[in-house]
Design a protein around this ligand. Structure first.
Ligand SMILES: Nc1ncnc2c1ncn2[C@@H]1O[C@H](COP(=O)(O)OP(=O)(O)OP(=O)(O)O)[C@@H](O)[C@H]1O
Ligand SMILES: [Mg+2]
Length: 411
């Protein structure tokens, strides 16, 4: 048996546990547990008990299909409580020598040492670029000579209570949280090509409770944001408009939904049974009008966020859209027009093992979680070995969130 990595994607719509065996060439999926989510609203916990039951069911399924006992996992996190900022850290390189890892860590620890409100904590610290003796834009300072090393870091913070609620739900389901990983970082990991990551691209994961955004430039993360609007809102709109229960609206959306009303014929009509019991004809074009309006709003919010980041002009590889709601047909031109960017629709590709189900945009975050989890595993200190099953200091784990991929490598 190889080492195991477990990803637990706690979504608003579904919970997905993936068990991966680490093999030299890739992670091999050996177990999968997908369960309908409960107790989550717009990416945050609204009912710890209900969520815990759903997580436990997802874990049991993954244990059964993999044959392994699972006792810890990397867990996805989202919600509007997430925020991010850029911070600068500095270190002096003493003794006329080149920059070493210890100098990078010193600069990063200064960048991380920012005042944040007592009810928030740092989730990730990602080095973006370095400045050596005033020369900006250095990506790989290791081995270069300088006296003054500065780092610009993207710092992602989360509400302590939101994380604690999620942690409670996971622990009540019998699992320890290895680390929390921000949804769009995981989604980016699963769907972006190395070229897109390098050239500049925004990954947009339209789920059910949230739309998650991450901007990757120069092979690292420059901006992240969570917008608390997603596919659930589309379904709610249909519920109000057709006066039908949520479940029926969801079914109508998936079977008949379209996000471009001009592409739907005026003559297309289908029967629906609203509250009251009388079956009525519904125009599919009118349905598309309702859906298009919500998608328009979502992309306008994404566009605003990209503009707010200040990096709109740097997205040379355009946008990559994923998430369960990206399965709706018809929004591509709308997205491209509003974002003023090329659009690529994506799902996880390089997945091996029992992975057919995962080759779907709904599972981008789930798959990315596993990959980032593996990389973070490699960063743990010896006393934090994830495979021995001992509880670790969660605080240290959260604070120590260097993402190995985003650290410049010695060239
Ligand atoms: N074929 C489809 N057509 C349209 N919408 C779809 C389709 N399949 C799934 N969806 C929608 O995708 C959403 C679920 O997406 P996803 O699985 O990415 O969400 P999640 O990860 O559970 O939620 P979140 O990340 O927002 O907390 C639901 O709103 C669902 O209605
Ligand atoms: Mg999701």
């Amino acid at each position: 048996m190889g080492d195991l990595v477990v990803g637990l994607d706690v979504g608003t719509h579904k919970i997905c546990t993936i068990v991966g065996e680490v093999r030299p060439e890739d992670i091999y999926v050996v177990g999968l547990g997908i369960e309908t989510s409960d107790g989550m609203k717009k990416g945050v916990v609204s009912d710890v008990g209900a969520l815990s039951v759903a997580i436990a069911q997802s874990i049991r399924k993954a244990e059964k299909s993999s044959g392994y006992d699972i006792n810890r996992a990397f867990v996805s996190v989202a919600g509007s409580h997430i925020s991010s900022l850029t911070s600068r850290g500095m270190a002096t390189v003493v003794g006329s020598r080149s920059v070493q890892t210890v100098d990078l860590e010193k600069a990063m620890s200064v960048a991380r040492n920012i005042a944040i409100p007592h009810n928030r904590e740092i989730l990730h610290v990602v080095p973006r670029s370095y400045t050596l003796d005033g020369q900006e834009g250095i990506r790989s300072p290791l081995g270069m000579h300088c006296f003054r090393l500065e780092v610009d870091a993207h710092i992602i913070t989360a509400s302590t209570t939101s994380l604690a609620n999620l942690e409670d739900a996971v622990e009540s389901a019998g699992l320890l949280v290895d680390r929390f990983i921000l949804n769009p970082l995981a989604a980016g990991e699963a769907v972006l090509t190395p070229h897109e990551r390098e050239m500049g691209a925004v990954v947009i994961d339209i789920g059910s409770g949230t739309t998650d955004i991450a901007i990757f430039i120069d092979n690292t993360v420059w901006h992240t944001a969570i917008i608390p609007v997603g596919g659930n809102h589309v379904t709610q709109d249909i519920t109000y408009w057709m006066r039908v229960p949520f479940g029926l609206a969801e079914q109508v959306k998936i079977q008949r939904g379209h996000a471009d009303m001009q592409a739907v014929s005026e003559s297309e009509v289908f029967p629906v049974e609203p509250f009251g019991g009388e079956i009525l004809p519904v125009s599919r074009r009118d349905l598309a009008m309702v859906i298009e309006a919500r998608f328009e709003e979502i992309f306008e919010m994404v566009e605003k966020e990209i503009k707010r980041s200040g990096y709109a002009g740097l997205l040379r590889a355009g946008s990559v859209i994923t998430g369960g709601s990206s399965l709706l047909p018809g929004y591509r031109d709308l997205a491209s027009r509003i974002l003023n960017l090329p659009v690529r629709l994506a799902q996880p590709e390089r997945v091996t093992g029992i992975a057919d189900t995962l080759k779907n945009p709904s599972y981008s975050t789930s798959v990315g979680l596993l990959r980032l989890g593996l990389e973070m595993d490699a960063m743990l200190e010896p006393d934090q070995d994830v495979n021995v099953g001992v509880p670790v200091n969660q605080w240290t784990r959260r604070m120590n969130n260097f993402l190995k991929r985003f650290l410049p490598q010695d060239e």
